[in-house]
Design a binder for this molecule. Structure first.
Ligand SMILES: C[S@@+](CC[C@H](N)C(=O)[O-])C[C@H]1O[C@@H](n2cnc3c(N)ncnc32)[C@H](O)[C@@H]1O
Length: 217
């Protein structure tokens, strides 16, 4: 899945994944990670998610990465935030109090960029990628955040024979394999949420399992 795919989706307003409210799982299960307020949270493939604001409201500093400049600009504009923009080697860094968004390719991140982070929040990021890229994504995360910091991961699984992604189906077994370096992978929520996705029902999907995992190093 090339960068252009996502850049075009943002240009064409095909952003059905965006939520106009804070994610309920984030609010319910983030406390289970037991992080201090001063922890820095990394949010890969962030889009213009409002969850960055929720994390900041908990006292965290937030570092996020997003490839679409349109998405990053929309995040700041729609939330009445003034961005300070600086150019770095691979990224433009958009900053306001408590939130830094690196605009550029996740795969260009270096350990020096994300090494300061103490935890990670992934909603619709791993599942945005096809299987081979998911492996590269986790490998790159482990290279840049090598110490298995706590993660909250929201994943989806469904019959990939019925529809194609994104979002792609990521089963529990794959999560456990990809994140095998973590000591604890706890499934804290799992429910069929197909009734909330009538557009997928129309395409013939009968089940859509949403599962939330807490990963601890
Ligand atoms: C399915 S959306 C999820 C966005 C966000 N996590 C949310 O919950 O709304 C995936 C996002 O990842 C971004 N993206 C895809 N590939 C990327 C890459 N290689 N580097 C940075 N961002 C990327 C896309 O532009 C898109 O905004």
């Amino acid at each position: 899945m090339k960068a252009e795919f996502w850049i075009e989706r943002w240009q064409n307003g095909q952003i059905g994944f965006h939520q106009e409210a804070f994610n309920a799982h984030l609010q319910n299960y983030w406390p289970a990670l037991g992080l201090p307020a001063e922890a820095c949270v990394f949010v890969p493939l962030c889009g213009k998610t409002l969850d960055l604001l929720w994390l900041r409201s908990q006292g965290h500093s937030v570092l996020a990465v997003e490839i679409s400049e349109l998405a990053v600009a929309a995040f700041f504009r729609e939330n009445d935030l003034q961005a300070q923009i600086t150019q770095e080697e691979h990224f433009s860094r958009w900053q306001c109090a408590g939130i830094d968004i690196l605009c550029g390719d996740f795969f260009d991140l270096q350990a020096a960029d994300v090494g300061i982070c103490d935890a990670l929040y992934d909603r619709a990021s791993l599942v945005a990628l096809p299987a081979a890229m998911r492996r590269q994504y986790v490998r790159h995360l482990q290279k840049t955040m090598p110490q298995q910091k706590p993660h909250l991961l929201v994943a989806l699984s469904y019959d990939q024979n019925v529809i194609d992604g994104p979002p792609f189906s990521v089963e529990e077994a794959e999560v456990r394999e990809l994140y095998a370096a973590f000591k604890g992978i706890k499934k804290v929520f799992s429910e069929d949420v197909i009734s909330g996705s009538p557009h997928l029902q129309k395409k013939g999907l009968q089940h859509l399992q949403e599962t939330v995992y807490c990963l601890q190093g």
